[in-house]
Design a protein around this ligand. Sequence first.
Ligand code: G6P
Length: 372
Amino acid sequence: SAAVKGGYETFMDKEIHDQPTAVADTLLGRVNDRGELVLDEMRIDPSVLRSVDKIIVVACGTAAYAGHVAKYAIEHWCRIPVEIELAHEFRYRDPIVSEKTLTVAISQSGETMDTIQAIRHAREQGSRVLAIVNTYGSTIAREADAVLYTHAGPEVAVASTKAFLAQITACYLLGLYLAQLRGNKWPDEVADYLENLGQMPAKLERLLAEQEDMVRELGAQMADQTSFLFLGRHVGYPVALEGALKLKEVAYVHAEGFAAGELKHGPIALVEEGLPVFVIVPTPRRPVLHDKVISNIQEVRARGARTIVIAEEGDEAVTPFADTVIRIPATPTLMWPLLTVVPLQIFAAALAKAKGLDVDQPRNLAKSVTVE
Ligand code: G6P
């Protein structure tokens, strides 16, 4: 009924709107009044965490893309190599795991069998396992050495939305915790990042208020398109992958995400007249990254693509090459995924709805895959 959906037509719509709260609640109680990071639930001994020489993130689907985003942040902050691995690939390829490996399992349900098998394998090799899980008391939460819960609240729609934002938030808390513990970052630097994270709920609210209607309309207009590309660089790359996944899951449309720099190495051959291409543009305050992506937009536009550009407010460099611009509040690069993925979720839901599909329960999919 509409009541359980908070007045929204679908759970996916409701959960997209729950996102500011999901991020705020995942931060709640973990940042004290003085803006310091407190992770009481970190039950792995600090001496063990100080000696970690590699992090392996294991997850599936959207949770794996959250891990992919986290790799950029954690490597930058902690100088620890972070591998992100699909749980089912990790388990069967004889991975290099030792007592100095920290395995981070990310899962909304905590019941994904592929991920459960991966953490069992990691523990057998002596690795500590930290779970980033949304479901209290789930199997992954019980089997892990420590749990950092995402507080996204129950997610009902099969296609994950708010869990993704909460997972990125929790991964960032983990990264900042390790950076502080290991002496890579001073408490004041950590406080800066925490402050940026703390600003995300309000920015998300504003983004929803200002862009949702336009993006919905765009989704409805494009209901007869049969193929989409998504391009991003740096943390925009996993966002592109997630944008494509959402469209596949709920709208049954062929969609592919690519690293923007990889275009010229193959995918650009796919571009033809009228092909819709989403491009996630980094902040102009990182000119090196930004300008590269602007050239990528030009490259696809010159070959006839219809470009839908997600760019920061005030970034006028994109306008000559964009058929549509979706504007995002200014935010540091690492926080960018928490905002840029939102229009992609809204777009997928709107397009699916225009096609008359069941947005919350797409065909062939399960909310939680409890078989290998
Ligand atoms: C299924 C769902 C996806 C989800 C993935 C991982 O495939 O359909 O939406 O991202 O499992 O689920 P988990 O519960 O482990 O995050």
